[in-house]
Design a protein around this ligand. Structure first.
Ligand code: SF4
Ligand code: ZN
Length: 343
């Protein structure tokens, strides 16, 4: 006996929703998924009529589903948004060049304007060149810091009011776990926020409309909608720490699917005691981007690359930042330590 959809009771169920366990037909699953994203958007008041919104697009499943659903909801509920795609080219041959081809196809399919900003044009370095210098252990630190700034710079060029990213519930739960394990209070407080307001000049507000969407459902949605997305992993993807958090989360989810939402809610409900010292946000004295130090992380990493001292931005070398800013020479010992690639 075929199982009937528990929502319409009419058509045959084709899937069991990972989030709720309900057996649904295709149409009811699409509706439930889209309706939940819509609820996230309206409950948190993510957008205002008339805003220009940049969708961070990598060609992967999350951002492809995000672009598809944003366009659909914008029309269905008359949000009145002007949507654009914004992509970052990290300069990873055999990976990003291929995924950007997917974004270019998405641009045609969704008829949205597309802007691509590249690390090479912004920083003078591709990730391929960075990996050559720093090896494959800390490359994601460089890539993550550069991407954050690159998206902001792209958003400023496009003059968008907001950026939305494809972070899903699994990503957020993983980040909560990682920040708990690291005791990173400042990030823990920020990472569950569905939207961040502008933190300063040059920083565009961001939001995560897929915050409550399970990764498994995003994959199902993309599959049943036959969306065109790119599913290969980055060739430089060691990020071992996140990998462990992910495996742990998947193990928890297999025992209890609500674990993902539970962890997000735990993160949301944690409050920081009065009097806990939080980093004070200022601006980078070199590039003007927000920073709690005299130099922002991107400028420190870049300085390290340009001087052949890749370790400069990894770990705590704040004392040296001032030396660099005032162009004092480093001692031989300091140089030796920062040159080591095997870190
Ligand atoms: Fe960049 Fe690391 Fe992601 Fe690859 S896995 S795109 S190097 S952050
Ligand atoms: Zn800077």
């Amino acid at each position: 006996m075929p199982v009937l959809c528990s929502s319409c009771g009419d058509k045959r169920a084709v899937l069991k929703r990972p989030k709720t366990g309900h057996s649904l037909c295709k149409a009811c699953f699409f509706w439930a998924f889209e309706e939940e994203v819509h609820q996230t958007i309206v409950t948190a008041n993510l957008f205002k009529h008339g805003e220009i919104v940049g969708i961070a697009a990598s060609g992967g499943k999350d951002s492809t589903v995000l672009a598809h659903v944003m366009k659909l909801l914008n029309e269905r509920f008359n949000y009145g948004l002007e949507l654009m795609l914004l992509s970052v080219d990290e300069g990873i041959s055999g990976y990003r060049d291929d995924s950007l081809e997917t974004v270019k196809r998405n641009q045609q399919q969704y008829e949205l304007p597309l802007k691509i900003v590249s690390y090479e044009e912004l920083y003078g370095w591709t990730m391929d060149a960075i990996v050559k210098q720093v090896g494959r252990k800390n490359n994601c630190t460089f890539c993550g810091v550069f991407r954050r700034q690159a998206l902001d710079r792209g958003a400023l060029m496009l003059k968008v009011d907001k950026i939305c990213t494809g972070h899903n519930a699994d990503d957020i739960a993983e980040t909560v776990l990682m920040n708990v394990l690291r005791g990173d209070i400042a990030r823990l407080r920020r990472c569950t926020a569905v939207s961040t307001s502008s933190e300063g000049d040059g920083v565009v507000p961001r939001c995560k409309p897929l915050k409550y969407a399970y990764e498994k459902e995003i994959v199902l949605y993309a599959y049943f909608k036959k969306l065109d997305y790119f599913s290969t992993e980055c060739i430089y993807s060691p990020n071992a720490y996140r990998g462990h958090a992910r495996t742990f989360l998947k193990d928890l989810e297999s025992v209890r699917p609500s674990s993902i939402m539970d962890i997000i809610h735990s993160g949301e409900n944690l409050s920081v005691r009065d009097g806990v010292k939080m980093p004070v946000q200022g601006t980078c004295q070199r590039c003007g981007y927000i920073s709690s130090q005299s130099l922002c992380k991107a400028c420190v990493l870049l300085e390290g690359l340009n001087r052949g001292l890749p370790k400069l931005g990894i770990g705590k070398h704040h004392r040296l930042h001032d030396k660099i800013l005032t162009q004092q020479p480093l001692t031989e010992k300091e140089e030796r330590k920062l040159k080591a690639v095997n870190f």
